[in-house]
Design a protein around this ligand. Structure first.
Ligand code: UD1
Ligand code: CA
Length: 484
């Protein structure tokens, strides 16, 4: 809820009445997010607003900023059949309004308004400016709460393709002119419409109902309400964005990539400020949340997704992918490792080329080496699987040595079965542990064994044909006098 803090000279008739009524009460906030456009310039079957930026749909970034203002309802305007947009966005205080067909941002706003209560102030934002800051949105809303039409504008180095802010001789905003409809003089204006505005809801409804599609695209332009407000004598205020990068719009894949770099650079800078060493901040991607302790070092080309936590002194080698993982202090993840849904303890050495899958839980000082895959398994302290192995659905004790080429055969074609390996077990090279199976503490399994029954603690179990040598055997020899 917003409180009106200052009075402003209202226009005539109904407008003055509206402004007075806004002045006397705390003002509820509505929000509309426009996300029904086809996004033609993306050349994609995926709706533009669902294209991911830093791991989240574009429109989810916009919604997060809008939510920070605590509106009572947010109407997301979607196109017909945009079930995937609805599915991606379900949440509190959200209503979906369908615009079919898409006939412009003004028409989309009308559709959104029909889904909202008719009072209070309404904030409208386009769904393809994902970095719009809460601070800027709240300035626009605060200005609208004074009974004005407030537009978020920006001064930009390259205004091409954007709506220009046209001011009169006294500097008052008079109109927004889309590039296609602009004169040569107007095209030279470097102050642009960001696509965010707010106004008293009743006024907004009234202006939107008066829009006409008499422009180069034959669309209902939301931007035309500026001229209508001026004609009605309602003040139009331009709130200037502090940084043009914050309001960069995404219409095509090149712009999407450019904004992705803006986000990633900002995240890299923030981490470095917090004491993380990045070998190259330009080759670093966080597509979720990354929390780091002290003296973490991250080499080039790493991707962090979901929620990742790196404790003090963790080192991540080049080209690793980490999604939803926790890494303990002093652990080193070597080059080209792929970790998803795993927990790794302190002082472990993982990789190069290791794969930890969901449910992998490694205690302290575990070594998992090249081409070793671990899934839904707990490895006790100090256990090692250094080369070419598969450990699935296993509970492994402490100090186990798991030999090269050994696997748990955990799947019988129907169900998964568990393997239990006691403390200090030594599994030789190239063994198959056919689950369900228990290998007792201190047992040794001879290399090349296929172990299908429990192996007792403290003993050597070997399950392979005995080696034999055939006396008198002769290798067949080719008769060299015959042709080939
Ligand atoms: C729009 C603005 C322009 C501004 C620019 C900022 C208008 C007419 N133009 O231009 O002044 O400088 O954004 O980036 O408002 N949408 C609908 N239904 C529609 C059409 C669009 O929901 O019928 C949604 C789209 O999904 C998109 C947003 O509105 O999220 C903007 O539409 P887009 O076509 O990208 O507008 P721009 O040409 O970029
Ligand atoms: Ca756009």
């Amino acid at each position: 809820m917003l409180s009106r803090t200052a009075a402003r000279a209202p226009g005539a008739g109904i407008i003055s009445h509206l402004l007075k009524s806004l002045a006397t009460v705390a003002i509820p906030l509505n929000a509309i997010v426009l996300a029904a456009g086809q996004g033609k310039r993306m050349r994609s079957t995926l709706p533009k607003v669902l294209h991911p930026l830093a791991g989240q749909p574009l429109v989810a970034h916009v919604l997060a900023a809008v939510r920070a203002l605590a509106p009572r309802t947010i109407a997301v305007v979607v196109g017909a059949g945009a079930d995937n947009v609805r599915d991606a966005l379900a949440g509190d205080a959200l209503v979906f309004a369908v615009q079919d067909p898409p006939r412009g941002t003004g028409d989309a706003t009308r559709v959104g308004l029909d889904a909202l209560a008719p009072d209070g102030v309404t904030l409208v934002t386009i769904g393809d400016i994902p970095l719009a800051p809460v601070e800027a949105l709240s300035r626009v809303v605060a200005a609208a709460a004074q009974g004005q039409l407030a537009v978020l504008t920006a001064r930009v180095s390259d205004p091409s393709g954007l709506g220009r802010i046209v001011r009169d001789d006294t500097g008052c905003v008079r109109a927004i002119v889309e590039e296609r409809d602009a004169t040569d003089v107007e095209r030279r204006i470097d102050e642009i419409n960001t696509g965010v505005l707010a106004a008293p809801t009743t006024l907004l409804r009234e202006w939107v109902s008066r829009l006409r599609p008499d422009n180069a695209q034959g669309e209902y332009y939301l931007t035309d309400i500026v001229a209508l407000a001026c004609a009605d004598g309602v003040p139009v205020v331009a709130e200037l964005a502090l940084d043009e990068r914050d309001v960069a719009g995404i219409n095509d894949r090149a712009q999407l990539a450019a904004v992705e770099r803006i986000v990633q650079q900002r995240r890299a800078q923030a981490l470095m400020r917090d004491g993380v060493t990045l070998a190259d901040p330009a080759r670093f991607d966080v597509r979720g949340k990354l929390a780091c302790g002290r003296d973490v070092t991250i080499d080039v080309g790493c991707i962090f997704e979901g929620e990742v936590t790196l404790a003090d002194g963790v080192h991540i080698g080049p080209y690793c992918v980490l999604r939803d993982v926790t890494i303990g202090a002093g652990t080193s993840i070597e080059a080209y490792s792929h970790l998803v849904g795993a927990q790794v303890g302190a002082d472990c050495r993982i990789g190069p080329y290791a794969r930890l899958r969901p449910g992998a839980s490694l205690a302290a000082a575990v070594h998992v080496g090249n081409f070793v895959e671990v899934k839904a398994s707990a490895l006790g302290p100090g256990s090692k699987a250094n080369h070419l192995a598969y450990i699935g659905d296993t509970t492994m004790g402490a100090g186990v040595n798991y030999g090269a080429g050994s696997i748990t055969a955990n799947y019988d074609g129907v169900a998964k079965h568990r393997t239990t390996i006691g403390d200090r077990v030594s599994i030789g090279s190239n063994c198959v542990l056919v689950a369900p199976i228990n290998v007792g503490a201190g047992a040794t399994i001879g290399a090349g064994s296929v172990v299908a029954q429990d192996a007792p603690a403290g003993k050597l179990t070997v399950a392979r044909p005995r080696q034999s040598t055939i006396e008198g055997w002769q290798r067949p020899a080719r008769n060299t006098s015959e042709g080939s």
